[in-house]
Design a protein around this ligand. Structure first.
Ligand code: ADP
Ligand code: MG
Length: 256
């Protein structure tokens, strides 16, 4: 591993569920500070790609590296499993995933939700984690909700709590899977603002989104996935300003 290794380097990734080929040779690189957005129709393999990065899914061919370290399942046949527990922990800590459904613990306060994994999974000092957690909740604009329970928050506030929870792991990169698609349009903007501010502070992020405006605003690079292949990719201005393929033009006009 060297300083120059990308945070995430995906090469020729192939993934099938049984006979269903979902990823058919995908290459994506995110260097430190890069924001890469992944767009494409439902079923094109976007979530699968993120899940492979996080060892939630196995792949059959190609590779994913996290700062030079190979990320893949081990063993064969019935013994195939997501690497060893230490690697799983290291990868999931460093590539922190924010899901469409925020998945907060209903019986814990917002502060407890944000503190839970760093304290119990990573064994970090509780007082230090609490200070950091309060800081991240402030940063996403819900510092006043520390003692509330998830059900007492709006969807936008819950998603911002989920982002604070991801940040509290002190990850190398954040992986977002449609972070705004469960939200009403007016709540969506609260979350977009937070993601924008994270992009501005130079966080490395891989963002699956249906929000083309956000992708255009925050990304360094946009990848259009179609049926498991990269159909077109480029800088947001170029990709959205002058799409080259009929498929991307069709996709963009359907989502506009
Ligand atoms: P996207 O996020 O772009 O909508 P997904 O990665 O979720 O696409 O899904 C890609 C394809 O893989 C779809 O056809 C979906 O039905 C299928 N798929 C996703 N997860 C599974 C699974 N666990 N088992 C079988 N098929 C799956
Ligand atoms: Mg998806």
């Amino acid at each position: 591993m060297t300083q120059d290794d990308p945070v995430i380097a995906i090469k020729d990734l192939h993934k099938a569920y049984g006979s269903l080929e979902v990823l058919k040779g995908v290459d994506i690189t995110a260097r430190r500070g890069d924001v890469v957005s992944l767009i494409g129709s439902s079923g094109s393999g976007k979530s699968t790609l993120l899940r492979c990065c996080n060892l939630l899914e196995d792949s059959q061919q190609g590779e994913i590296r996290f700062k030079g370290e190979p990320v893949h399942w081990k063993g064969s046949g019935h013994d195939r499993r997501p690497a060893d527990a230490k690697q799983v922990l290291r990868i999931r800590t460093n590539l922190s995933m924010v899901f469409q459904q925020f998945n907060l613990w209903a019986h814990m306060t917002i502060l407890q939700n944000v503190m839970e994994a760093p304290v119990t999974v990573l064994g970090r000092d509780r007082a230090q984690v609490e200070e950091a957690a309060r800081g991240y909740l402030d940063k996403v604009g819900i510092g006043d909700k520390c003692d509330a329970y998830p059900a007492q928050l709006s969807g936008g506030q819950q998603q911002r709590a989920a982002i604070a929870r991801g940040l509290c792991m002190e990850p190398e990169a954040l992986l977002f899977d449609e972070p705004t698609s469960a939200l009403d349009p007016e709540l969506e903007q609260e979350v977009v603002r937070v993601i924008k501010s994270l992009a501005e502070e130079g966080r490395t992020m891989l963002i699956v989104t249906h929000d083309m405006k956000m992708a255009a605003d925050v990304s360094d690079h946009v990848v259009f996935l179609h049926k498991g292949r990269i159909e077109e990719e480029g800088a947001p201005d170029t990709l959205f300003g002058s799409p080259q393929t009929d498929r991307l033009r069709g996709f963009l006009s359907a989502t506009a």
